[in-house]
Ligand binder design. Structure first.
Ligand code: ZN
Length: 93
């Protein structure tokens, strides 16, 4: 004898599963879109800046560094400000 209400429960569970799967797919799509956008921005930024190879020294104060181009954000800002001024003067002359 079939238990009353069981088919409904099965259908409900199935629809819940479908909804959940759909939502997860959407979330993955969104995450991938976001990741792609982030990568595009990073690439564009890199294209704008001339490539600065790692030299083991801060480009601004020449302190020894383990990675990157600057010892901290202040040095990076200083350097970028100076580079912008250089460009300004180069364009002026
Ligand atoms: Zn520095």
């Amino acid at each position: 004898m079939p238990e009353p209400g069981l088919p409904d429960l099965a259908a409900f569970t199935l629809s819940l599963h479908l909804v959940r799967t759909q939502t997860m797919t959407d979330q993955i799509d969104q995450a991938q879109e976001h990741e792609q956008m982030r990568r595009d921005i990073a690439l564009r930024e890199q294209a704008l800046k001339p490539k600065m190879p790692y030299t083991g020294q801060c480009y601004n104060c020449e302190a020894e560094i383990k990675r990157g181009c600057f010892c901290d954000a202040d040095c990076r800002d200083d350097y970028e400000r100076r580079e912008k001024l250089k460009v300004k003067y180069a364009n002026a002359n």
